[in-house]
Ligand binder design. Sequence first.
Ligand SMILES: [Zn+2]
Length: 397
Amino acid sequence: MSGPPRWPVHPAPTDGEALSSWLRRIAGCYGTDTEHLGDDIGYKLGAGDLDDIDMAPRPGMIEVLAERTGVAPARLRQMSVAGWVPWLLDDMDPGTDGFATYTRQLSVLRPAGKHKARLVPSWRPWLPDRLPARGCPECVAATPSPHPYQLLWAIPIVFSCPAHGCWLEATLAARSYFGMWDFDRPAPRPAPQQILTLDQRTQHAFALGHVDLPRRRVNAGIWFRLLRTVIDELSCPLSENRPSDTGTIRQIWKEAGYPARDGQGLWRPYEQQPETVQRHTMEAAAAAIALLEAGTVTGRGTHASLFLPEPYREIDNGKPAKENPQEKAVYPKPLRQALEEAIQASREDPAEAQALYNFALIGCRTPESVTRLRADFAELGIPLETMSPISTHASFA
Ligand SMILES: [Zn+2]
């Protein structure tokens, strides 16, 4: 039995590319548009539909595309927001207490449990009603038309391109279309180092499934929630905080160069703020993290210690060291134990599996050693089908 014909020519998805962008590029290969490409696979792919599929592809569409292109379904799923459940968001369908679950379980600047309860109906983290159309002028200039478009550019969780050190710019056209830029490309504007550092960590979370903080590695799910928690703490009406915490929050906004809460009178969730307020708030979050890491401000939340520098280690003087139970949890564990835990976590958590795989891949110098590595993973019971092919197609120069 043979399935539908494969598309003989198609570009491979680029790292972090959005599904709509890749489909436009495939259509470009055949000298057609996505609407006709959609007819070929039995899905509507007009301009409005492309917006939707970057959020969540229609049921069955991923399987059809996988069959036509040979790209693994797991890889294709990650090209839409829905593929990032439960890391970026708990669920695509907003629940009634989603806001509290996502933003109030961790605490950084304010003590845990000292927040005014807030019910935000139909709320989803990071996702405005309409995803923004932005891009990095340098990344776009470096690629042929139709230029690949990164999914992250559509999510106001990053604002800059760490690779080029500049702000993302509005494309002035529907997402994934850079027609205006071919005539009049915006000049790249340098972004401050603090926001580049923050966005680099977020990019890392998307690409590798984890972020290395000064004291320990946290998985992508924790990182996204940690960042959204800091944003919530910086955005709440100041009167809801204790005076000492208010002082810290004012200091952070001042450091970022904006009035507290970016001068907003009424409280609205970050996702519903105008783009400029979102950007200023993210700059404040970047300033908060830099100040915490420098020890200039002290967070009173339970998870503020994640941003403290590595603890000072005394040179062994031969006496048994006194144990500090608070620090015990963040010291590296003996390698063997850490490895066993990583293997166990990888069996249950695709992001952990990806991180472990990427790490192990560093030692692979030949295609044969990658095959051996994959056999080892299979033997350990770590599912391989969730692995991003970005890493499985290692190049051997
Ligand atoms: Zn760039």
